[in-house]
Write a protein that binds this ligand. Structure first.
Ligand SMILES: [Zn+2]
Length: 908
């Protein structure tokens, strides 16, 4: 290597000036530059013009910013540290040759210089060299970090540019670690349920007596199944007031009390049906029937409805002091007893008339079960005679939970005080035959009083002979047990509850309730399968197996009263299946909020008859989803807590007569006549499961407030039509601004200023007698009508908003519109909270008149029907009672609730 000379290009090309230029262009005035000057400071002061001009010779910088020597003047590369030193040293040496005696280094001598020499340059420049080295190292690190950061930002920006557009739905699914899409969940739900499995579960439940508060092993088994299928499960007990049969008899007495006939009060044992010979068979009796031993003459009272009793009264037939014989049908059996008791009757017998079995009867040449599909003449409908429409649940704890040690009320406002017995048509016939030709008959009272027995002419009596009715029940407070299973969802305050009762009046109960229980277990198994595949529901799902439903909805009512606060805050919906399969026609009753969900689901589920369930349902029911009355476990949810509910299943059809609450509702009957292929059971698993998924898995709650508002409109038209019937059509749509109607009340003043009406006489005055008295309620009617219009408007904008949000939920957005998704997320939360509260708006804290447990102003069981749902119950009852003051009061209560609901929907 040649010895460097002063004119070596290295000297000029690596002079400080180009560095300065570069650094200035990179970062003008940066401290690094100042430091650099400091480092060489004193020397550069003396830099000559020649050196300055040499300094502008080109330098090349590699990408990393390290300086390189000129490509035109290649230079052997030194180790970096040494190289830097060399520049400095050489520069220094250049100056030093001019003005100091400091040692000079040539490249050769540098090569041979020791490390010590390098680290210890001349005392005058050593510290500045060290300083310079430090600064240069700092510069290098800073640049390095800056480039790394720049690289990261660049990569992120690159990624953002190419980030795919996504929907909020997909983002949330990712965030919540959802691995399975809804269509996949539904596919599994369609595939998992098996006929062999539901048959197995049905067989389990119908193999031993399971009257309320007995058979703990079944609740344990149910809870274990829930656990096996991935649910958290618990057994929840309540101490309830119940009766168990001890003894009973029914005797027809001749002259001097001689027994002419004693009814067996037993169902026949059938060799083909093992359930009927079970040693634990449960006697025929009524839940909550009063104990008693009464002897009296008797009267046939048709169905024992209010209109039947009223007609008898009208026709001068007094049932006071007598035993009534009623046929089942039309109303809840407790209300037959209540009606009789209130009219002074001393006992009641109830039987199922074959005339109410439709086409499939012995008269029509069908064979009786077990040889054919007709009713076995010995079949008896057991059942509760609680006054269901007053309050369900434990009659000693109306409105609060039956826990150990709680206060208990006298139950007798809610259960009968006269004894009653259920009986088969075969066993009651000897009594009825005695009435032939006695008293009024269907020719006097109407053909609707005639049933289907040929031996009896349906004369009503009263009898000349006495009957002795003896009923002995053991009453006690005893535990019942609910099995509750739960899968926690991501959203914990919107809970979907699915329930079915487990207890039955008989050993079997293959239809009521255990077709529902078998379906519940199979649904749990399907959910377990989903869970095993990694499913976590969006909303929590609760499965309930209730005890004590048959006595009066005990298990569900006590549980919901117990957890009322929690349910009020968290329950989204309750979906009930009681008898899932007792026939082949699909039926559904629901809060109108849920009509659309039910219809959507049955459009997608095949019917074992072929086609879809929806097609058959549409044909059979004209597309009618009924109102929820009472008679099963949805009652406390819908009517007491304002939680929208559904009740559905398959019943009716013309295959076989369903022998409700009798020993013949057995596994054998189901296997042979009810659902021989078990396909209806599997169909119900799918329907129930799909409804649950529809409600639990879709971000925007699938409620339909528009449908609700329209339903209210139609109920209100019925009310107006009823008023119109009562008052007279011409009085309704009148101009209230003049003439008779120009009364102070209409102008907002006090009613008592009106010259036509004496307000003290308004109570309980018959509307027709009041003549144009309807005006008293006209402003209230108008307000109610206005409120409904307001609700309809609010509902339609709300539904529009909801569909727009749903649409946006499925819309792809680029990342930089993330704020829109965030806003959408909060909109959905707000929307869902409005949906959840909507049905609660119709609760009236003080409850319905004389039955304050029922708090829903739109839906309740009819006070004299029990099963069938009444709409605007308070209002309709006031109208039925021709109580105009109360009619107005209820109109105002309803108006307030409707306005409240409209306001809720209008909240932004
Ligand atoms: Zn039931």
């Amino acid at each position: 290597m040649p010895a460097p000379t002063e004119s070596h290009p290295l000297q000029s090309s690596e002079s400080p000036e180009p560095h300065e230029n570069l650094e200035l262009s990179d970062a003008p005035g940066s401290p690094i530059i100042a430091d650099f000057h400091d480092a060489i400071g004193a020397n550069s002061n003396d830099t000559s013009g020649a050196e300055t001009s040499a300094a502008i010779e080109p330098l090349e910088y590699d990408e990393d910013g390290d300086e390189n020597q000129s490509l035109l003047h290649p230079q052997p590369r030194l180790a970096q540290g040494r190289h830097l030193f060399q520049n400095t040293i050489l520069t220094n040496s250049k100056h030093s040759t001019q003005r100091s005696s400091s040692p000079t280094y040539t490249e050769d001598s540098l090569d041979s210089a020791t490390e010590a020499d390098l680290l210890l340059p001349s005392p005058s420049s050593a510290s500045s060299i060290r300083e310079y080295f430090k600064k240069r190292w700092g510069t290098f690190v800073t640049r390095f970090v800056a480039y790394i950061l720049f690289g990261i930002v660049f990569i992120l920006a690159w990624k953002l540019v190419f980030l795919p557009r996504t929907t909020l739905r997909r983002d949330l699914a990712r965030l919540r670690h959802f691995q399975i899409s809804l269509p996949d969940l539904e596919r599994t739900l369609f595939q998992v349920p098996e006929t062999a499995k539901v048959r197995e579960w049905s067989h389990y439940y119908t193999s031993g007596a399971h009257l309320a508060g007995t058979n703990y092993s079944q609740v344990q088994w149910t809870a274990d199944k829930f656990k096996e299928y991935g649910f958290q499960a618990e057994i929840v007990p309540y101490d309830t007031y119940l009766n168990y049969p001890r003894d009973h008899s029914l005797k027809l007495l001749g002259v001097n009390g001689i027994v002419r006939y004693e009814a067996p009060l037993k169902e026949d044992v059938l060799t083909q049906d093992p359930t009927t010979s079970d040693p634990n068979s449960i006697p025929t009796f009524h839940g909550y029937s009063a104990n008693g031993n009464v002897t009296a003459t008797y009267v046939y009272v048709n169905y024992g409805r209010q209109e039947d009793y009223d007609l008898l009264e009208e026709r001068g037939v007094d049932i006071a002091g007598k035993i009534v014989i009623a046929r089942y049908g039309g109303l809840f059996r407790g209300l037959i007893v209540k009606g009789a008791q209130e009219r002074g009757a001393v006992g009641a017998l109830m039987y199922t008339d074959p005339g109410d079995d439709g086409h499939v009867t012995l008269v029509n040449k069908y064979k009786a079960y077990p040889d054919g599909p007709a009713r076995n003449p010995s079949s008896v409908q057991r059942g509760s005679v609680q006054f269901l429409s007053t309050a369900p649940g434990d009659p000693t704890t109306p409105g609060w939970a039956s826990k150990a040690g709680v206060d208990r009320a006298d139950p007798h406002e809610r259960i009968p005080s006269i004894p009653s017995l259920p009986i088969s048509y075969r066993d009651v016939l000897p009594l009825l035959i005695e009435l032939n030709g006695m008293g009024l008959n269907p020719n006097d009272l109407g053909e609707s009083w005639r049933g289907g027995m040929r031996e009896y002419d349906y004369s009503i009596g009263p009898s000349t002979m006495d009957v002795n009715l003896y009923n002995d029940q053991e009453y006690k407070i005893t535990p019942i047990w609910n099995a509750i299973g739960r899968i926690d969802g991501v959203i914990k305050d919107e809970v979907v509850i699915l329930g079915n009762h487990r207890d039955a009046w008989i050993v079997g109960g293959a239809g009521d309730p255990n077709s529902g229980s078998a379906v519940l277990i199979e649904l749990a198994r399907a959910f377990g399968e989903l869970k095993a595949q990694g499913w976590k529901p969006l909303r929590s799902i609760v499965l309930a197996s209730w005890d004590g439903e048959e006595y009066g909805l005990l298990g569900s009512t006590e549980w919901a009263e117990d957890l009322a606060k929690y349910l009020d805050a968290n329950a989204l919906v309750y979906v009930n299946v009681d008898g899932a399969v007792t026939g082949s026609h699909f039926h559904a009753d629901a809060s109108p909020l849920l009509n659309t969900v039910v219809k959507d689901v049955i459009k997608r589920v095949s019917d074992p008859k072929g086609g879809y369930v929806y097609d058959h349902w549409l044909q059979e029911t004209k597309g009618r989803i009924g109102n929820l009355g009472s008679g099963s476990d949805y009652t406390v949810f819908q009517d007491h807590l304002g939680i929208p509910s559904i009740d559905f299943g398959f019943s009716g059809g013309d295959n076989a007569v369903y022998q409700y609450h009798s020993n013949y509702d057995s596994f054998h009957w189901m296997d042979k006549y009810g659902d021989p292929t078990w396909e209806y059971h599997v169909t119900m698993v799918k329907i129930w499961g799909l409804v649950a998924l529809q409600l639990s898995e879709i971000e925007v709650i699938s409620f339909d407030v528009g449908e609700y508002a329209h339903s209210l409109m139609s109920y209100f038209s019925n009310v107006k039509a009823k008023i119109s019937r009562i008052v007279g059509e011409s009085e309704l749509d009148v101009d209230i601004s003049g003439g008779f109607y120009d009364c102070p009340e209409v102008r907002g003043s006090l009613i008592r200023e009106c010259k036509y009406i004496d307000v003290t006489a308004i109570d309980d005055v018959d509307l027709p007698d009041l003549k144009l008295g309807w005006w008293y309620i006209s402003s209230s009617l108008r307000n109610c009508s206005d409120a409904l219009d307001k609700l309809l408007d609010a509902a339609s904008s709300f539904d529009a908003k909801s569909s727009s949000i749903k649409k946006q939920y499925f819309t792809d957005y680029p990342w930089f519109k993330g704020y829109k998704k965030l806003r959408l997320y909060f909109q959905i939360q707000e929307l869902n909270s409005q949906y959840k509260q909507f049905e609660r708006m119709f609760l009236y804290e003080s409850g319905l008149d004389d039955r304050e447990w029922y708090r829903h102003v739109i839906f309740a069981p009819g006070i004299w029907t029990g099963y069938a749902g009444a709409t605007f119950p308070g209002l309709n009852e006031a109208l039925d009672a021709r109580n105009i003051t109360n009619t107005k009061r209820w109109l105002d209560i309803i108006t307030e609730r409707i306005s409240q609901a409209a306001d809720l929907l209008s909240e932004k």
